[in-house]
Design a protein around this ligand. Structure first.
Ligand SMILES: CC(C)(COP(=O)(O)OP(=O)(O)OC[C@H]1O[C@@H](n2cnc3c(N)ncnc32)[C@H](O)[C@@H]1OP(=O)(O)O)[C@@H](O)C(=O)NCCC(=O)NCCSC(=O)CCCCCCCCCCCCCCC(=O)O
Ligand SMILES: Cc1cc2nc3c(=O)[nH]c(=O)nc-3n(C[C@H](O)[C@H](O)[C@H](O)COP(=O)(O)OP(=O)(O)OC[C@H]3O[C@@H](n4cnc5c(N)ncnc54)[C@H](O)[C@@H]3O)c2cc1C
Length: 661
């Protein structure tokens, strides 16, 4: 049963909900990993809806940037007071969820505090450092950010310019931004809110540069909030979206911090200037791997937001006719609309399933690393690099299709889809620009193929074992596993094609770097296919593990949408394997699976359990009463406070009057 049905709802939406074949709360339990977690989300939404001071003071699209930052800060402060009674304070998921519910997706002063400030202290700080700062940060006595990117350098961390030079005589590090390009640029909450930061700077001891390391740096006075002497800090200005966040710039001029402020769990500088290496050269990058490992689920949820809006709206929007000329048809009944939206619903589910799996893998890696075992770091770095790139890109595409699927109203901020799009596609850039990260995965794929070439296939990890197989025929009695083989064929042949291109260029005498650059488009294609294969296989495994038969049935239908759509989408890579008859068969299976999923479309998006408050969309309202609320929304626009604006009295009216003469 669909748990969203309520009296007074738009009858078209109720009809959709009645046609659903499964219980949406049970589906939510599968999406969020357990009945308890899904229920906690419902309980938190419900509790928040009963607290007047946590409600939006006005719709976000009507707020100026200053108002957004003020509103985010107001709610953050109230939440800090109320959180102990509302959520499990030890749960990162509940903390992120309640902030998104209450403040929304446009950013707020604590967005980076939870995800990029506290985790490095907890994982890279020594026990004493944790004792000194962790409690203060968790109680929010201090607000932190993560300052790594510079005006001139973001992707290439080796070229960062900020320096932290050890001064043995005073036992301090001296921080400097030697050039304009070395100014830190972009960190969220740095601009106006944070008073502390993790700063990534080149560690220099005895004139030797040991590369980027993390430091705890106080930026502002804890009483006055004024920048401390030696610090230049401010906001970088408005962005495409995410304007509730104050992304900032930061410069240092001979700014001194105690030796104890370098995070020293892994690398250390001793009082006499000795440098102790970390157990793995890239351990300082693990804060980024953590965030990347969470991005598939986060982005899947951004896509889920947009689809909730577009699918619900498509069920109440009537336009044109099919057979019955007496009543316009729901636009959701058009095959083109289904083709536009349903594969994205499948992707959203796939990304979320995959995302929770990578979070689990990261948590396991963290335990291993704390126990001195860093052997899994390369695998997870490669996996999360590919996953963040593919998922953010496809999420952006899916959200934009969702917007267009809402016609003209999709373009209005009342749909809120453009904000979701703007925030989500930030993910194509932050945490590593997508091409750069795809090329990181490509290094791993090339190395794997070199192992095969050197007769060491048995050393390949499970995620790349398929690279050594030799599939040339597919039985088209197609089940998910045959589709997986088709995808493996595509990913394998592209990985070999790209590697051989690189090797050929090398053998022709080209430098490694030039050969890599000349092969890089092919290499990124290989990385995408490898990642899409991983997403598909995780989806198949996940569906296989579902116990509730009604839920399993609909997830198999959704999986069928996914695998047929994905294989059609990569048609060019499987031309050597599948005949045109086989491609036609798959195409037809896709069309059949769109029809099969149609009665459950609304229930599938309702199962994401995104509340009206969190959705902030007039088009996507749970009750489907869109038109009257669109009219209310337009009337509440500040431009309509007065009938005659100054723009008219000051300019247009005089112009018209003058023209009359
Ligand atoms: C990795 C780099 C690209 C290159 O690094 P190097 O130059 O140092 O290395 P090499 O390329 O030479 O590689 C050497 C070697 O090392 C391996 N390597 C590299 N990295 C790692 C790693 N991390 N782990 C293990 N191994 C690693 C590499 O593969 C090589 O191996 P081989 O020699 O064997 O091949 C590096 O420069 C880099 O990482 N660049 C990218 C920089 C970056 O990512 N910056 C991020 C800055 S912080 C940031 O962007 C924060 C953004 C946060 C924005 C938040 C917005 C919030 C939005 C709202 C969220 C709401 C959520 C709600 C969700 C919900 O409701 O649940
Ligand atoms: C919303 C948002 C929030 C952010 N928050 C933070 C934060 O809190 N803290 C922080 O430190 N940073 C933050 N950043 C910065 C972010 O991490 C960087 O912008 C990102 O890592 C990309 O680096 P870049 O800007 O230097 O891109 P560039 O590297 O300049 O990319 C420009 C182009 O060059 C290409 N390119 C670059 N290198 C290569 C290569 N080796 N091979 C092929 N192509 C290449 C890229 O693919 C891209 O097309 C944020 C950014 C955004 C948008």
């Amino acid at each position: 049963m669909n748990q969203s049905i309520k009296p007074g709802d738009n009858p078209d939406l109720t009809e959709e909900r009645l046609s659903g074949t499964f219980d949406t709360n049970s589906m939510a339990a599968v999406i969020y990993g357990s009945d308890k977690l899904a229920q906690r989300r419902r309980e938190i939404s419900e509790a928040v809806s009963r607290i007047p001071e946590l409600q939006d003071s006005k719709p976000c699209p009507f707020m100026t940037r200053e108002e957004k930052i003020l509103e985010g800060s107001r709610k953050s402060a109230i939440l800090n007071r109320l959180l102990p009674g509302l959520i499990d304070l030890d749960s990162f998921e509940e903390t992120v969820f309640i902030h998104q519910e209450v403040i929304g997706i446009e950013g707020h002063p604590l967005a980076l505090h939870e995800s990029l400030f506290i985790p490095p202290i907890a994982t890279q700080g020594t026990d004493e450092q944790q004792k000194k700062w962790l409690g203060r940060a968790q109680r929010r006595e201090i607000i932190g950010c993560y300052a790594q990117t510079e005006l001139g350098h973001g992707s290439n961390l080796r070229a960062l310019e900020t320096t932290a030079t050890f001064d043995i005589s005073s036992q301090e590090f001296i921080l400097n931004s030697p050039t304009i390009t070395s100014l830190k640029w972009w960190p969220g909450a740095l601009g106006k809110s944070a008073n502390w930061s993790i700063v990534i700077a080149n560690l220099i001891v005895h004139d030797k540069n040991h590369g980027p390391h993390p430091f705890m740096v106080q930026l502002r006075d804890e009483k006055s909030h004024e920048p401390l002497p030696g610090i230049t800090v401010g906001d970088i200005g408005p962005k495409m979206a995410f304007n509730g966040a104050d992304n900032g710039f930061l410069g240092f001029e001979n700014y001194r911090i105690p030796r104890e402020n370098m995070l020293m769990r892994h690398s250390k500088v001793t009082p006499d200037g000795g440098y102790i290496r970390p157990p793995h050269a890239k351990i300082g990058y693990s804060g980024m791997v953590r965030v990347r490992s969470r991005m598939a689920a986060e982005q899947g949820l951004f896509l889920a937001h947009a689809l909730t809006i577009a699918v619900r709206y498509s069920a109440i929007r009537r336009q044109g006719y099919l057979e019955d000329r007496s009543r316009e048809v729901k636009v959701l009944d058009y095959q083109t609309q289904q083709h536009r939206l349903f594969p994205s619903i499948a992707r959203a589910y796939a990304f979320i399933f995959c995302g929770f799996e990578t979070i689990r893998l990261y948590d396991q890696l963290l335990i291993d690393v704390q126990n001195g075992n860093t052997s899994g770091m390369a695998d997870l770095h490669a996996l999360t690099s590919g996953l963040k790139s593919v998922v953010t890109h496809q999420t952006g595409e899916g959200i934009e299709q969702a917007r267009m699927a809402c016609g003209g109203h999709g373009y209005s901020m009342a749909s809120y889809i453009s904000e979701i799009y703007g925030v989500a596609i930030g993910g194509c850039t932050y945490e590593g620009e997508n091409m750069v990260m795809l090329l990181q995965l490509a290094r791993y794929l090339v190395k794997s193929i070199e192992m095969i070439q050197n007769g060491k296939s048995k050393n390949l990890g499970p995620m790349v074992a398929y690279l050594a197989a030799n599939e040339s025929e597919i039985d088209l009695n197609l089940g998910p596993n045959e589709y997986l083989k088709v995808f493996q064929y595509a990913a394998r042949s592209q990985a070999w094609r790209a590697t051989e291109k690189f090797q050929k260029l090398r053998n022709s005498g080209m430098s490694k770097e030039q050969a890599w650059n000349q092969a890089s488009v092919e290499l990124t294609r290989a990385s995408r296919l490898h990642t899409r294969l991983y997403i598909m296989s995780t989806f198949i495994n996940h569906v296989g593990s579902v116990v509730d038969q009604k839920i399993k049935k609909v997830l198999i239908d959704l999986l069928n949408v996914h695998i047929t759509y994905e294989v059609m989408d990569i048609g060019i890579y499987v031309q050597g394997l599948l005949s045109s008859d086989q491609m036609d068969l798959i195409r037809n299976q896709l069309y059949v699976s769109l029809e099969t999923i149609r009665p459950n479309a609304v229930s599938l998006v309702d199962s994401f359990q995104i509340s009206d408050m969190q959705l902030r969309s007039v088009l996507g309202r749970r009750d489907g009463n869109v038109y009257e609320n669109l009219f209310k929304w337009a009337k509440s626009c500040p431009l309509n406070d007065k009938d005659v604006l100054e723009s008219v009295t000051k300019y247009l009216k005089p112009m018209m009057d003058k023209s009359k003469l």
